[in-house]
Design a protein around this ligand. Structure first.
Ligand code: ATP
Ligand code: MG
Length: 505
């Protein structure tokens, strides 16, 4: 048996790992058994990216949610009846915690009665075998795989298999789900499941999909990595109508979806992981008139605030574009500050849809030039520290000034940056030792330099003294390029030296 715990830990981001450890601890403290379940386990096994962490506890997750909130997690949706919490863990990591439950159908197709249950019953009530696998997070069995419906072998065979003959009757939304998973994963539908699927279509069960369930699937499609393959699978089976007849008639905006996918790639390359569900939803609905979009969202159960967030999104993005093109954004630093705060999904939308080249070139500069410079800013700080300026608000201000200059193309090399730093701070290059001994500085110059240098100079002076002390005691001075008292050209090297100076205080 592969070591699932090892697999999991090696695949989780640091934030996801922290979230998992916390849920594990809290569950243990409350005496609940806890498992990773559903999509998380499926994606782990298939090697797909782990988008979110789905936990199932044998108990009520609300206490765990309260504790997580104290640690900075945000509860997005809490369904007290279903004992299900969707959250954003600290560090922007998506997840859910659900109570283990069994759905008991008095007759196929009736609303299920909920019974709190063990993990095994919970797994058996799920939709497809590939979604019905769990990994134990309990101390005595950590890493153990629970697979009561043999999902692992279906994954190996690349098949989506429903768990009972009543699967589609009990929940017709599974007609959309089975196609979504098969399309997303490139899997076949298992032959018997296909028969049940065909039978359900023959009986027109797709017309009985609850509007909110259809809405949830539409949202799920917008969150897919490749929404187009899912939408096409639904169209091929004439199931898009189950979501919206207007959408089925006018078709999803495949071109707009394609543009947004390309933008997502560009954002990935620039080091971002944007959440594009809203612009993707708009791309899907792009061929519909505004009022058609509004009525579609209302029909599939979007609450008015949710609808408004989608429908006003475009307006907000265009407003941002206007600002970006305005007079106030002439200096790159101002455009940088603005773009830094602009929600990534709005930026992505503009990248995909805008025809204003001036706005686009600013966004491109932000992603490909300005951000990398920003990420290199700790190097400038190290350089400044090595020049002898103590950290603090003034220090930060100098670093920001250098950053603003860098955005205009200045300070490309460490030497240029040092010059700029000296100019801003007034920290003079120390004359070479021998010269100093030979030719003491004029009183007026000295006073001027001291005033300009302020604290920085004092600090630097103290450091020089400390160096001298080392020399007097016959100890080697901290590592520094020989004969140089100013910052070394390589940022990396200057850090330990300046740190040591501080610690000697
Ligand atoms: P995704 O990667 O799209 O989030 P997921 O498998 O996590 O996929 P969710 O809709 O988040 O899908 O549901 C989480 C889990 O809950 C599923 O893996 C499945 O086990 C179970 N589930 C969801 N919807 C149903 C349903 N209609 N019937 C039975 N089980 C369901
Ligand atoms: Mg999920």
């Amino acid at each position: 048996m592969p070591d699932y715990m090892f697999l999991l830990e090696s695949r989780l981001s640091p934030e996801q790992r922290a979230a998992m450890m916390r849920v594990q601890e809290l569950s243990a403290a409350l005496g609940f058994n806890v498992y990773l379940t559903g999509g998380t386990v499926r994606d782990l096994i298939t090697g797909a990216s782990l988008r979110d962490l789905d936990f199932t506890v044998e108990g009520n997750p609300s206490k765990i949610a309260r504790e997580l909130e104290k640690g900075g997690a945000k509860v997005l949706v809490e369904d007290e009846k279903l004992r299900q919490v969707e959250l954003l863990f600290a560090g922007d990591c998506d997840g859910s915690i659900s109570a283990a439950r069994d759905d008991h159908y008095v007759r196929p197709g009736t609303r299920p009665e909920i019974r709190w249950s063990t993990i095994m019953e919970d797994l058996r009530r799920r939709d497809f075998s590939l979604n019905a696998i769990a990994i134990s997070l309990n101390p005595a069995s950590r890493g153990l795989l629970l697979d009561p419906t043999n999902g692992l072998s279906d994954i190996e065979r690349a098949e989506v298999r429903a768990l009972t003959i009543h699967s589609f009757t009990n929940q017709p939304v599974r007609l959309l789900r089975v196609l979504r998973f098969a399309a997303r994963m490139g899997f076949k539908i298992e032959p018997r499941t296909q028969e049940w699927f065909d039978l359900a279509i023959e009986r027109e069960l797709h017309h009985t999909i609850a509007p909110e369930d259809a809405g949830a699937e539409l949202q799920a499609a917008a969150r897919e990595e490749r929404p187009a393959v899912v939408l096409k699978a639904w169209e091929e089976h004439d199931l898009l109508e189950a979501i919206s007849p207007v959408l089925a008639k006018k078709h999803p905006g495949y071109e707009a979806i394609g543009r947004l996918m390309k933008v997502r790639e560009d954002l990935f390359t620039a080091g971002f992981r944007p959440r594009l569900a809203t612009p993707m939803l708009l791309a899907i609905l792009g061929r519909l008139k505004d009022r058609e979009q509004g009525s579609l969202l209302a029909k599939v159960g979007f609450r008015s605030a949710e609808s408004a967030a989608v429908l006003e999104f475009e307006e907000a993005a265009l407003e941002a574009q206007k600002e970006l093109l305005g007079k106030k954004m002439k200096a790159p630093i101002d455009a940088y500050r603005f773009l830094e705060k602009l929600p990534l999904d709005q930026m992505a939308y503009l990248m995909a849809e805008s025809n204003k080249s001036a706005a686009l070139s600013k966004i491109r500069a932000y992603l490909n030039k300005w951000r990398p410079v920003r990420l290199g800013l700790p190097g400038v700080a190290t350089q400044l520290e090595a020049l002898g300026m103590p950290r603090g608000p003034k220090f930060d201000n100098v670093v920001e000034q250098v950053f603003a200059m860098q955005l205009t193309g200045r300070g490309k090399t460490p030497e240029e940056r040092e010059k700029i730093l000296r100019k801003i701070t007034g920290i003079k290059e120390q004359p070479k030792k021998k010269e100093k001994e030979r030719k003491p500085a004029k009183g007026t110059d000295k006073a001027h330099a001291a005033a300009a240098m302020g604290d920085a100079a004092k600090h630097k002076h103290a450091a020089a003294k400390a160096d001298a002390k080392h020399a007097a005691k016959g100890k080697p001075a901290p590592a520094k390029p020989a004969g140089k008292h100013h910052a070394p050209a390589h940022r990396g090297k200057s850090a330990p030296a300046s740190k040591k100076r501080h610690s000697r205080k």
